[in-house]
Design a protein around this ligand. Structure first.
Ligand code: ADP
Ligand code: ADP
Length: 224
């Protein structure tokens, strides 16, 4: 379970990114975070991953206050999270397979075990045939699916995806969402941000943000 209790986040000398947010995301849920650019979606995801810490209030993941984690607690949290963040690009000088193997090797898996599991993860996102390709030779949507494979290869309980369909055409966006949904179907909690109203139309639970506050619908007059 992910729990926000009266969470406020202010960056230094900036306006408030999140203002007094309280919400709960149950284990196994698939939740979309919606709202225009600047609404606070990335900030909310970064607070869950303890990449940022709340200015006030508490963020709990499975009962643990992640804003108070120390250096030794962070790796444990992160092992249970699959992150698909905007700034985390694939390594261009390595194959798709090597990119997906990397989190396993970092955690001490043997090369053969890492390769088997990375191939299984690529198979799940429909890209096994691209295992030996260079990331740059793939389409934007395929690169996002590789990023999903890399994020889930360690079998995390929670996936956090920040705008995974940004800049993709409709068909590629749907394939990316299908990949996320298949892990949701296998019991993984998914929190996915998007400013794409069409995607949200087909989504289940949607949490709308506007100027760092919760709102119960797509903010009218907001442009993406
Ligand atoms: P979204 O993901 O919905 O586009 P963000 O969480 O990225 O929204 O941003 C929310 C607000 O916080 C924006 O006003 C943004 O400029 C500000 N912000 C985000 N990250 C930083 C940062 N590292 N330093 C200062 N301000 C930031
Ligand atoms: P493995 O035995 O290597 O885990 P699987 O075929 O069971 O092979 O899984 C395929 C890939 O999907 C693996 O790389 C695994 O890490 C990843 N995965 C992550 N989370 C799940 C999940 N909840 N259910 C199934 N597979 C998952």
């Amino acid at each position: 379970m992910i729990e926000f209790q009266h969470v406020t986040k202010r960056y230094a000398r900036e306006a408030t990114a999140l203002a007094d947010i309280s919400l709960e995301i149950a284990d196994g849920e698939m939740v979309f975070l919606a709202g225009p650019s600047g609404a606070g979606k990335s900030t909310l995801l970064k607070l869950i991953a303890a990449i940022e810490r709340p200015t006030a209030g508490a963020v709990r993941v499975n009962g643990q206050d992640v804003g108070k984690l120390n250096r030794s607690g962070l790796p444990y949290l992160r092992r249970n999270l699959g992150l698909i963040l905007q700034q985390q690009r694939l390594l261009q000088d390595r194959t798709v397979l090597a990119n997906v193997m990397l989190p396993l090797l970092v955690c001490g898996a043997s090369g053969s075990d890492a390769e088997r599991r990375a191939r299984a993860a690529l198979d799940r996102v429909g890209l096994l045939d691209k295992a030996l390709a260079a990331p740059l030779s793939l389409s934007g949507g395929e690169q996002q699916r590789v990023a999903i494979a890399r994020a889930i290869v360690n079998r995390p309980k929670i996936i956090l995806a920040d705008e995974p369909t940004a800049n993709l055409d409709r068909e590629s966006a749907n394939l990316v969402l299908d990949a996320l949904r298949s892990f949701h179907g296998a019991g993984v909690t998914c929190v996915v941000s998007s400013h794409d109203e069409q995607i949200l139309g087909a989504a289940g639970r949607v949490i709308y943000l506007k100027h760092g506050q919760l709102t119960d619908h797509w903010p009218s007059g907001a442009s993406a």
